[in-house]
Ligand binder design. Structure first.
Ligand code: NAD
Length: 384
């Protein structure tokens, strides 16, 4: 089995899909591992350490794509301007690609279509089910932990006031008001980071269980009024709300959003487009200088105004659609990510072959393309 580790080429992306530690394990398991020269440098890992771990270092990434049975990446394939070709066009029929594909996001639809055409078998890490067997493969949870933490720091940096309540000789500065929408993994990490910074934090979620977690971390909680039978689906996950309930939820949360200094927006139903919960009207009514971090941007975002990869000011409010937040905390992110992807590969390799067992829950929910077909239901739905 030959495993290829290309250098990530997305702007600002510092992570890499393997560390010398995981390469060593793959080699011990009998794989040949090809690592692109300098692939780990932005996560502070040197080629010599990969070599010591048993990897072969390649200067020519196309050669890695030519030889590998499996390509492990962090981010979805994009156009490689150095080579003048798209990463999808470097893949071949039957080759396996494992990475974050975010197949439901509109910006990825064209890429996903050509990925299907390439005949490659692609698996998306954002589809890993939250079941105990897959916990150590759950790169989304790892990355959401990082995104939740860092999003608060980014927002605090942009805010022109203190986050904590601060006593001064001329009076008391009131703490910043932070609203976290969606208190799943990213949201809870954001909540505790904001609490540590001294903010007053209010949590919004449609799952009572998520709000219980928020409360236990010291957040105030807000009831959206969405009934449990509308909000909660299979396995306790949030359901994609019908438009009438989205509108009701927007009305319910409006005043809270308008009064916030920082909004960390992480609401998402796995595999679906993110619900639009913050409208332009709300942004307009917010205080100038406030910051919205639209962490769900890879699925289209929770704010009507946010754009993927763009930090823009609208009506005096910063709307931040940065889409590679974990890439900014490269060492910790790579450390977790590489272990997650290693565990996924190790679980499905039998006798030197990656077995695409479509009956297996993990494969079924991560498989995006195979044999020329687009199989991911969320992506098919989003493409209409
Ligand atoms: P999660 O499933 O753990 O949490 C999402 C939460 O949203 C859940 O608690 C769910 O109940 C809630 N939710 C769903 N619909 C809602 C609604 N209508 N109103 C209120 N709450 C609602 O997901 P997560 O792992 O925390 O990820 C959250 C988001 O962060 C995802 O969009 C993910 O892609 C994103 N993320 C972004 C980056 C980045 O760099 N921008 C990095 C990692 C994760």
């Amino acid at each position: 089995l030959t495993i290829g580790i290309p250098k990530e080429i997305m702007k600002g992306e510092k992570r890499v899909s393997a560390t010398p530690e995981t390469v060593e394990k793959m080699v011990e398991n009998g794989a040949v591992v090809l690592v692109e020269k300098g692939a780990g440098l932005n996560s502070l890992m040197e080629d010599v350490d990969y070599e010591k771990a048993g990897a072969k270092i390649y200067d020519d990434v196309q050669e890695i794509f030519n030889q590998a049975d499996i390509i492990l990446k962090v981010k979805e394939p994009i156009f490689n301007s150095n080579l003048g070709k798209h990463e999808v066009d470097m893949l071949r029929n039957g080759q396996i690609l494992i990475t974050f594909l975010h197949p439901a996001a509109p910006k990825n639809h064209e890429m996903i279509k050509s990925l299907a055409k390439s005949g490659a078998t692609s698996l998306t890490l954002d589809g890993i089910p939250r079941i105990s067997r897959a916990q150590n493969m759950d790169a989304l949870t790892s990355m959401s932990t990082v995104a939740g933490y860092k999003s608060v720091l980014l927002a605090a940096n942009k805010l022109s006031k203190f986050v904590p309540m601060t006593g001064t000789a001329v009076g008391m500065i009131q703490p910043a008001k932070v609203v976290v929408i969606g208190t799943g993994v990213a949201g809870l990490q954001a909540l505790s980071t904001a609490k540590r910074l001294g903010a007053v934090v209010t949590a919004i979620d449609i799952r009572p269980e998520a709000l219980e977690h928020a409360k236990s971390l010291g957040g105030k909680v807000f009831d959206t009024g969405v009934p449990a039978e509308v909000a909660i689906g299979e396995g306790g996950y949030a359901k994609s709300l019908p438009q009438e309930w989205i509108i009701k939820e927007r009305e319910a949360i409006r005043d809270l959003i308008v009064d916030a200094d920082i909004v960390i927006a992480t609401a998402l139903v796995p595999g679906k487009l993110a619900p639009i919960l913050i409208t332009e009207e709300m942004v307009k009514a917010m205080r100038p200088g406030s910051v919205i971090m639209d962490v769900s941007i890879d699925q289209g975002g929770n704010c009507e105004l946010s754009e993927s990869g763009v930090i823009a000011e609208h009506h005096g409010v910063t709307v931040d659609g940065t889409n590679n937040i974990p890439g900014m905390v490269a060492s910790s992110s790579t450390w977790m990510f590489s272990k997650n992807i290693y565990n996924l590969v190790a679980a499905f390799v039998k006798d030197g072959q990656f077995i695409v067992d479509r009956e297996d829950e993990i494969i079924a929910s991560t498989l995006v393309t195979m044999d020329g077909e687009l199989l991911h239901s969320g992506a098919r739905e989003a493409m209409g």
